[in-house]
Design a protein around this ligand. Structure first.
Ligand code: HEM
Length: 301
């Protein structure tokens, strides 16, 4: 089955480790809160767009499924940023983003073929046959000064529905309030292998890491069910709110076994729906299955 093949091929690529995410394996949980703009609730009835403030449990991560990957390894990018809005009474909704605007394939079948080409050393041939993968493969590798000095993108499109029943197709962006700052190659090489994680407590001691949440709204003729089709930069950008992250999450604030947190790409909340993008359903199934396997692999607390 496709979702199992996707997981298994990621493990072929990065290795088989118990209780570890097959992708974005190395990460760190951070805590904060989200404050919406007045405009956000005009676009969607989702609770975190009308509530004055919503607590957030987020996770920054490196790209591969290798749990001890050095922060300065070229395969550490694109970084991941998964944000869980704790909207009350045990309810939650997530946004799972990466630091590149590009993704190599627009269907789950092609994602699998792309992963396999990586595993088999035939990426060049894959890209020749699937030119839409080229921007992702050829993108210049840049490492941010810290997790909070880069933008993150949802890649997949979602549907907002407002109180009047009006809908819009959007893609999310997290824009760092501190601006975007990247390391030069020599700065990167001078850093320790765990610098992105080790430096976080000191960065928080100086103040929060903050991002604006922005929705890029699709134009009428934009393709919304293929995430390799980038929408033009002149599309409307709606500011939805500000996320302020204040600390590395205390162990006692996490469920007893932190790896049991499984982010979900399907919003599962009123006012936000998946678009027709087929990657969303595939990701939901993959993450749920992978999360279940991680749960089962865990020793009892
Ligand atoms: C069909 C396409 C994709 C597949 C098969 C896939 C696969 C996976 C898997 C297996 C995991 C680990 C899930 C877990 O054990 O909890 C994961 C996590 C993750 N993926 Fe994907 N992924 C896909 C697309 C994407 C896209 C488009 C993005 C970025 C927008 C993305 C960003 C992430 C992030 C940030 C995490 C880590 C979440 C966390 O911190 O728990 N993935 N992915």
């Amino acid at each position: 089955m496709l979702h199992l093949d996707l997981i298994s091929t990621l493990k072929d690529l990065f290795g088989r480790f118990d209780n570890v995410r097959p992708s974005h394996a190395k990460g760190i949980f951070v805590t904060g809160s989200f404050t919406p703009t007045d405009e956000a609730k005009e676009w969607s009835t989702a609770p975190h767009f009308s509530s004055p403030s919503t607590p957030v449990l987020a996770r920054f991560s490196l790209f591969t499924g290798i749990p001890n990957l050095p922060s300065n390894d070229p395969n550490a990018t694109p970084h991941g940023f998964a944000v869980r809005f704790l909207i009350g009474d045990g309810a939650k909704t997530d946004i799972v983003c990466q630091s590149s605007t590009f993704f190599p394939a627009g269907t789950p079948e092609n994602v699998l073929a792309f992963f396999k080409s990586f595993r088999d050393g035939t990426v060049e041939e894959y890209v020749k046959d699937h030119p839409e993968a080229a921007p992702f493969v050829l993108e210049e590798k840049k490492t941010a000064k810290n997790f909070g000095t880069q933008s993150f993108y949802s890649i997949n499109a979602f549907k907002f529905v407002n109180a009047a029943g009006k809908s819009a197709i959007i893609r999310y962006r997290w824009i760092p309030l501190s601006g975007r700052h990247f390391l030069t190659q020599s700065e990167l090489e001078a850093k320790g292998p765990n610098f992105l994680f080790d430096e976080l407590p000191d960065i928080f001691a100086q103040g929060p890491i903050s991002f604006k949440l922005v929705a890029q709204v699709a134009g009428e003729d934009d393709i919304t069910d293929d995430c390799t089709k980038i929408w033009p930069e002149d599309r409307k950008l709606v500011e939805l709110g500000v996320l302020s992250l204040t600390k590395v999450t205390d162990k006692e604030d996490l469920p007893p076994q932190k790896n049991t947190i499984v982010y979900n790409v399907d919003p599962g909340v009123q006012g936000i729906e998946p678009s027709a993008d087929p990657i969303i359903a595939a990701r939901s199934r993959v993450y749920a299955t992978s999360g279940q396997t991680r749960r089962e692999a865990e020793p009892e607390a």
